[in-house]
Design a protein around this ligand. Structure first.
Ligand SMILES: [Fe+2]
Ligand SMILES: [Fe+2]
Length: 259
């Protein structure tokens, strides 16, 4: 099992449900691209030479990625308790492992960049919009609102991360690029779960769509503000800034939640 099978978007919904909700699938999916990596990048990949301001901006972005990954880790862990079936609980346990790994490699990357106390830096550099998003997601999970929480986490948050990492990779230093490339592969699997799960729920209970549209409208503002802050920090030229929003909206639109 390798890269071809781990492209979960190529599977039919039925095959997805049978295959992807398992550690068997997960092992096959991650083995291919984690082999040879240490903390998310090949050990021999050279460290870039950064100017101070550039390093500082990268640290800010990585601190915010840590907040996003912590939200996903706590979200996936919490969702295990309210998943309506055992297959869903198994999938979410694979996702929780992925999100814990993402957080670990990001913290390690901060260390490589000379950050001595990542916790303090994350506190200091955290985006208010992203922290508000994390708070809202926690509220939905604690409120045991399965459909809304899956939507917020595995569609909105995952699409936000997927779009940010994808754009960032194009201009990142070599180590950061390798790390983000591996993370993005997991995020594709998590988005696939969200699409599969919600597609089924919405066929069974179409009235739920209206509620999710309202939630998307509420969360979109936070997501777009996070994008602005990230793009500012990674130095995305103005001409490319719309691309991030487009990436995000097209991921959300695949589920029929186009704006
Ligand atoms: Fe993640
Ligand atoms: Fe994820």
């Amino acid at each position: 099992m390798g890269e071809a099978v781990s492209d979960v978007h190529a599977l039919t919904p039925e095959a997805f449900f049978d295959e992807v909700h398992s550690f068997e699938f997960w092992f096959g999916a991650v083995r291919g691209y984690l082999d040879g990596l240490e903390y998310g990048h090949r050990p021999e990949t050279p460290e870039a030479v950064f100017e101070d301001a550039e390093r500082d901006r990268l640290v800010t972005v990585l601190c915010n990625y840590c907040i996003g990954e912590t939200a996903a880790l706590e979200g996936a862990g919490g969702l295990i308790q309210i998943a309506p079936n055992r297959a869903g609980k198994v999938f979410l346990s694979t996702q929780a492992v992925d999100e814990g790994r993402h957080l670990e490699v990001l913290l390690h990357r901060l260390g490589e960049l000379g950050v001595e106390d990542p916790e303090a830096e994350i506190q200091r550099r955290g985006s208010r919009s992203l922290l508000e998003f994390k708070r809202r997601l926690g509220e939905l999970v604690r409120g045991r609102d399965w459909v809304a929480a899956i939507f917020a986490q595995n569609v909105i948050l995952e699409s936000m991360e997927f779009a940010s990492f994808h754009i960032h990779m194009q201009r990142a230093d070599p180590r950061t690029r390798e790390m983000l490339a591996a993370i993005v592969k997991d995020e594709r699997r998590h988005i696939g779960f969200g699409e599969n799960e919600l597609g089924r729920r919405l066929r069974e209970a179409p009235y739920a769509r209206e509620r999710l549209v309202a939630l998307r409208d509420e969360l979109d503002g936070l997501v777009l503000r996070c994008f602005d802050e990230t793009m500012e920090a990674i130095g995305t030229p103005a001409s490319e800034r719309n691309e991030l929003g487009r990436h995000y909206h097209s991921a959300v639109a695949r589920l029929g939640f186009a704006r």
